[in-house]
Ligand binder design. Structure first.
Ligand code: SAH
Ligand code: SF4
Ligand code: F3S
Length: 493
């Protein structure tokens, strides 16, 4: 293996184009893969037309996500006809789910690698370059739940590579994702993830803490612990069980880390000890991503989410009592099999009652070989899905404005991440000589502990620091503010 890697290392000027679709898991995987490739001598490029290696890190959660991959593969095929030496790879969830379809429909794909095999990416690449044959690494098909005693991840995948956690290629070390769990065993009837990401396995706490420490040494201040049902984390260690709340405590002890978040929580497994940890551990942010999926018990039953709307509401009430000021986010699917107008109204009522900070809403997309695909008809017409989707959007738009407006006048802690998007554009315009100055050029942005986005004017020297901002105005997506205390404000940490 060593020889193969060194051989690739000699190609110092090679360019890799890596496009990421899908969730935070994929974003993290892409960062780790890119880290590997940079070590092998590849430099990232934004233009697939000029790349030596094109990798698509794919998502299978909805049909639309897969359609996008085929359309990109079509564009890449045209380039590869002119430059056959270009290597094309499909990695991630779709490679795992539909490797046969991809090989059939896109024969120019040289490399296929599932999300559980990304530690082999260097080897696969070397194999393609050596043999000019297609290289494939996938986990095995699975359709059953893993027994509880086998849910412990003895061998990390890509994270186990010694050097895997160096500074990310884009240089942004301030915030980082850390995987604590792989896969999912819930088998919600609509969902493809248990098939693409494999069985639920928790990572050893010592490895997680080591990685967090490494990140803190590099300058990371905020970590987001990742798992599909992160709160179900469970690890057997020397005859003791480490639960998610225990893990939060251990991560909390790492010096240099100032904020801890975690996504995504499964409502059915949410225990009080996690709320206690959120209340008692100052670094754990008052933010919870708690997908409800529907407000109707009939729909929740068909989805095989093992909670009722009432239990969900009770959990949210408890969270609000125990963690004052907590801000909530959720996912909803509209138009799932058999969803009636009444079911839809129940979802709207639940959203109105909870008043989320934000929600993500999706039109139900039937996924091949899921339980729903086998036994539940995709019977809500597309235009009905569309209308219900728009109704959720309109409702949440109003609630997000109200949520943000209620914060006007308050002082919030912001981790300053960098210039805002308009500021970057304004700076480019000034540099290009299009304008002399721009008021927007000094606009900075960052997130609050509750995950609200804040923009405010300030010097770049504040980037990477925690500051207090007074909220002066609000829109559905952002808060506008002023550094509290005026110029020369002292960061609160
Ligand atoms: N593990 C997380 C989410 C994983 S997928 C959880 O359980 O909450 C992200 C979101 O995509 C889900 O929350 C769900 O709202 C949506 N989703 C999953 N499968 C879908 C499908 N077949 N059609 C439409 N949306 C889907
Ligand atoms: Fe999919 Fe359900 Fe697992 Fe979430 S909990 S990843 S929705 S099966
Ligand atoms: Fe998509 Fe895979 Fe994430 S299917 S949502 S990229 S786990």
């Amino acid at each position: 293996m060593f020889c193969r890697l060194t051989r690739v290392t000699h190609s110092m000027s090679k360019r890799v184009y890596l496009e990421t679709m899908g969730c935070q898991m994929n974003k993290l995987d892409s960062e780790l893969v890119l880290g590997q490739l940079c070590r092998l001598g590849y430099a990232p490029t934004d233009d697939f037309r000029r790349a030596d290696l094109v990798l698509l890190n794919t998502c299978s959660v909805r049909q639309h996500a897969e359609d996008k991959v085929y359309s990109r593969l079509g564009e890449v095929a045209r380039i590869k006809r002119e430059r056959p030496e270009m290597v094309v790879g499909v990695i991630g969830c779709m490679a795992e789910r539909d490797h046969q379809g991809i090989q059939r429909k896109a024969p120019h794909v040289d490399l296929l690698c599932g999300p559980g095999n990304l530690n082999q990416i260097g080897d696969l690449l070397a194999e393609v370059l050596d043999t000019r044959q297609r290289a494939i690494a996938l986990e095995h098909d699975r359709s059953r739940r893993t027994p509880k005693d086998r849910r412990t991840l003895e061998h990390d995948s890509i994270e186990s590579l010694d050097l895997s956690r160096t500074a990310p290629p884009d240089g942004n070390v301030l915030q980082a994702y850390v995987r604590v769990q792989r896969g999912c065993d819930k088998f919600c009837t609509y969902c493809v993830v248990p098939y693409t990401r494999g069985p639920e396995r928790s990572r050893p706490p010592a490895n997680i803490v080591d990685e967090v420490r490494k990140l803190a040494d590099m300058g990371t201040r905020e970590v987001t612990l990742l798992g599909q049902t992160v709160n179900s984390y469970l690890y057997a260690e020397n005859g003791r069980t480490v639960r998610f709340a225990d893990l939060l405590e251990r991560v909390h002890e790492v010096g240099g880390i100032e904020r801890i978040r975690f996504v995504t929580s499964y409502p059915g497994d949410f225990t009080d000890d996690i709320l206690q940890a959120m209340r008692d551990l100052p670094k754990v942010c008052e933010y919870l991503s708690l997908p409800a999926q529907s407000g109707s018990n009939a729909v929740l039953r068909r989805m095989r989410r093992d909670y009722t709307a009432e239990q969900y509401l009770e959990l949210v009430d408890k969270a609000r009592r125990m963690v004052p000021g907590i801000s909530l986010s959720s996912d909803f699917i509209v138009g799932f099999s058999g969803e009636t107008e009444e079911d839809h109204q129940a979802t709207l009522a639940l959203i109105e009652r909870i008043r989320y900070k934000n929600i993500f809403m999706f039109k139900y997309s039937n996924r091949p070989n899921t339980k729903a695909d086998r036994v539940l008809p995709d019977d809500v017409p597309y235009r009905v899905k569309q209308r219900r989707h728009s109704e959720l959007m309109a409702l949440q738009h109003r609630l997000s404005i109200e949520h943000h407006r209620a914060m006007i006048g308050r002082r919030v802690e912001v981790l300053v991440e960098g210039p805002s998007k308009p500021a970057l554009k304004a700076r480019q315009a000034v540099e290009a000589g299009k304008v002399k100055t721009s008021r927007r050029a000094d606009q900075l942005t960052g997130h609050t502990r509750g995950d609200e986005i804040v923009v405010f004017a300030g010097p770049d020297s504040l980037i990477g620091r925690f500051v207090t901002v007074e909220v002066t105005d609000a829109s559905p997506l952002t808060l506008q503010g002023m550094l509290a205390g005026g110029p020369g404000v002292s960061p609160i940490r």
